[in-house]
Design a protein around this ligand. Structure first.
Ligand code: SF4
Ligand code: SF4
Length: 426
């Protein structure tokens, strides 16, 4: 049974820009691989300047909550230094000069596929949530065992412009389903669902004939609506359950994994491939050749945009991710990390902002978390008011900014206010 969720918007897609082309490979001369690509602590570097590395060699090991980091090309370690990171900080990064020899070190394919060994393999392969959250997947799986009765693979990809998951589902549906099946066996839920929005027609056509080989997995086609891909809204849409503010999906018996994460699990178990590359959508009206690219982690945004033909007009805003939830970037030397699903380049017309609320109330009707964005905006420098208005429940989905006729930068202001409150320990 399909349910729905409160609020949400129907942003104009922009998806057609990047959908048509094949997935194109990117081969950078250098990569700068950040040792922090997950929620948790930065990894400890285990290589030195001058070392030769093969693709797949471990270069960083977790020091707490985290996931291993591997070389994404073969070559020589040139420097290890702090570099700008998509998250807006400086992060220690391993710079490898690509020798283009393609020497690769894989893990042995996994014969024993019990839950425990699959979990261990997910950790060894450094897999994290690839939909944007970057939470270490092995830890998430462990937390779901015995607690989640519903497992959901998230193939909604509801952000405008983004098509990386769509092309993955179109080109490798069985890899996604085999990864989901491995998760199903590891977690042991009563129900396993692959959720896809109904705008992914080609992907759905390709998935339907595959489903007969996966009798324990249900294909759930949901009406297109933003932010359906957000965990809480997806759980509500698939199960009708609602996690309370601040609670994890497992509190309502659910575990959600992005479809790219499922495919990465399949590659790690069946082929012994650690997570060293991913599909990234490069799109937006400012890009010369929008499309989907297979990108070694650590590739700079500059090199990636060059591979996409560069910018045809000056980009007013370059975003890591989509225009609704993505993070604006000012330095194109930042690197593609495990959670980078897109680089979106917007023109001034697409990203212009205004400055005065006309109190129309549309943001209130659109907010899927039942918040009052107009008041959050008005009091964004008053922590006490922000607490009263439950700013911390904001999932930064961008619906309010999208719907606002005054084009106020609501979500950006909320993100900054949350960061200030966190820093102040509020
Ligand atoms: S949508 Fe924009 S203009 Fe309308 S009430 Fe909300 S903040 Fe004000
Ligand atoms: S207030 Fe937060 S959760 Fe609500 S619509 Fe705006 S960004 Fe989304």
């Amino acid at each position: 049974m399909k349910h729905t969720f409160f609020g949400g918007v129907h942003p104009s897609g922009g998806k057609e820009l990047s959908l048509a082309a094949d997935i194109r490979p990117v081969e950078p001369r250098r990569v700068a691989i950040p040792l922090l690509q997950h929620i948790g602590a930065a990894c400890r570097c285990v290589v030195s300047v001058g070392d030769s590395v093969s693709l797949g060699d471990v270069i960083g090991v977790p020091t707490g909550l985290g996931a291993a980091i591997h070389a994404s090309v073969s070559g020589t370690v040139r420097t290890i230094e702090e570099r700008p990171h998509v998250g807006g900080t400086l992060v220690e990064s391993v710079v490898i000069e690509n020798d283009f020899c393609g020497h690769t070190r894989l893990l042995p394919p996994l014969a024993d596929r019990s839950g425990e060994t699959v979990m261990q393999r997910i950790a060894e392969a450094g897999i994290v949530g690839m939909g944007g959250a970057a939470f270490p997947t092995a830890v998430k799986v462990q937390g779901a065992v015995g607690k989640a009765d519903t497992l959901i693979a998230n193939g909604c990809e509801c952000e405008p412009y983004l098509t990386a998951d769509d092309v993955l589902l179109t080109t490798a549906p069985r890899q996604v389903l085999r990864g989901l099946e491995l998760l199903r066996r590891a977690i042991g839920p009563k129900r396993a669902v692959l959720a896809v929005e109904d705008n992914k027609k080609t992907a759905i056509e390709g998935l339907r004939p595959c489903m007969a080989d996966f009798p324990d997995i249900e294909l759930c086609i949901l009406p297109t609506r933003y932010p359906q891909g957000s965990e809480k809204q997806l759980i509500r849409a698939v199960t009708g359950r609602e996690a309370a503010a601040g609670e994890l999906p497992v509190s309502v018996g659910c575990a959600v994994f992005n479809v790219s994460t499922c495919a990465a699990i399949c590659a790690a178990v069946e082929e012994g491939r650690p997570l060293t590359q991913r599909i990234v959508t490069v799109s937006g009206e400012a890009v010369a050749r929008p499309g989907n690219y297979r990108v070694p982690l650590g590739t700079s945004f500059r090199d990636l945009l060059e591979a996409a033909g560069g910018l045809q007009v000056t980009a007013h805003r370059v975003v890591s991710g989509g225009p609704m939830m993505g993070l604006s970037q000012t330095d194109l030397s930042v690197a593609v990390v495990k959670a980078t699903n897109a680089v979106t380049c917007l023109t001034q017309q697409q990203s212009g902002t205004g400055d005065r609320c006309i109190r129309c109330g549309r943001c209130v009707a659109a907010c899927p978390m039942y918040l009052q964005p107009l008041y959050l905006y008005r009091f964004d420098d008053r922590p006490r008011e922000l607490r009263r208005l439950h700013l911390t429940d904001c999932i930064e989905c961008g619906c309010c900014s999208y719907i606002c006729p005054a084009r106020l930068p609501l979500t950006e202001r909320f993100r900054a206010a949350k960061r200030r409150m966190k820093e102040a320990g509020a």
